[in-house]
Design a protein around this ligand. Structure first.
Ligand code: FES
Length: 164
């Protein structure tokens, strides 16, 4: 489905104009937009560039440089499966397979209903509780192949509740 850019501009404008027209606020503007949309729409990068009076290439390169930013839409729940050495040995590949079997998405993809995204990361710094899965800011420890299905069900239920 095509994104309604005019509406996006209306929504993003208050976020951007809340900051002074200075370069040093670019990252903060990006963080606020990403927090609201779970990604940085191209229109947002253009608006931030215009507001801070820098070329679009500058906001674009910043958005691609920092891993915390995404240029593609993500789901409401971003599942990050750690695939570092400790988690890999403890079965992270099985978790990734389970997610694919259940949600039909591979790392880097988002479900069509935009509820879930999946990505893999290298070591979340919690190897003692491997394998580790993060959903947004919540850490799930020692996740089993059946446990990942329960986690998905929990968030699917939460998404349904929020839609009511
Ligand atoms: S390898 Fe997964 S937390 Fe370190």
């Amino acid at each position: 489905m095509a994104e309604d850019v005019s509406n996006t501009e209306d929504m993003i404008s208050p976020i951007v104009t809340a900051y002074p027209r200075e370069k040093r606020y670019i990252l903060a503007m990006m963080q606020d937009v990403q927090k609201k949309y779970n990604y940085l729409p191209k229109e947002a990068l253009k608006m931030i560039a215009k507001h801070a009076e820098v070329p679009f290439s500058q906001t674009y390169s910043m958005a691609t440089f920092y891993k915390a930013f995404s240029l593609i839409p993500k789901g409401r729940y971003n599942i990050r499966v750690c695939d570092g050495t400790a988690c890999h040995i403890k079965g992270s590949a099985v978790l990734i397979d389970q997610i694919y079997n259940n949600l039909g998405i591979k790392p880097g993809e988002t479900t069509e209903d935009k509820v879930f995204s999946l990505e893999t990361v290298n070591c979340l710094g919690a190897c003692a509780i491997a394998p580790v899965v993060m959903v947004n800011d919540t850490v799930h420890a020692k996740v089993t192949s059946s446990g990942i299905l329960k986690i998905i069900e929990k968030y699917r239920g939460d998404a349904g509740d929020e839609d009511v």
